[in-house]
Design a protein around this ligand. Structure first.
Ligand code: FES
Length: 116
């Protein structure tokens, strides 16, 4: 089997910006402000001169109830983000320094908190 080529981007970040109609039972990341958070992430990464990181909008990543969500590859680390401060922490800790922001990470079995 041939070897995988080297990474084209050091990190590739996908921010869900899917929008569903108001009242949809699954909600959507855009309804939770993901477009604004994506714009903030892109602009702060540019201001800080972060290299090798591509930030893209994504369609629904199928974790809508936990959103807004984003995922960082190649690690496959998922985050739920709600504020610009969350973005700043992920940017500095993960995208620049290679660490993890545990308080915002989603595990494979994480489920939304259901309310009555
Ligand atoms: S709407 Fe964002 S994960 Fe589905």
């Amino acid at each position: 089997m041939p070897q995988d080529p080297p990474l084209y981007f050091r990190l590739h970040v996908f921010v869900c910006t899917n929008r569903r109609p108001d009242g949809h039972r699954r909600g959507s990341c855009a309804a939770g402000g993901s477009e604004r958070l994506r714009d903030y992430l892109k602009s702060r990464a540019r201001e800080l001169g972060v290299e090798g990181v591509r930030i893209n909008s994504a369609g629904c990543l199928d974790r809508c109830e936990l959103g807004p969500v984003m995922v960082v590859y190649p690690e496959g680390v998922w985050y739920a983000v709600h504020t610009p401060a969350d973005i700043d922490e992920i940017l500095e800790t993960h995208l620049v320094k290679g660490g993890r922001v545990g308080r915002l990470m989603l595990g494979p079995g994480d489920q939304p908190v259901l309310t009555a």
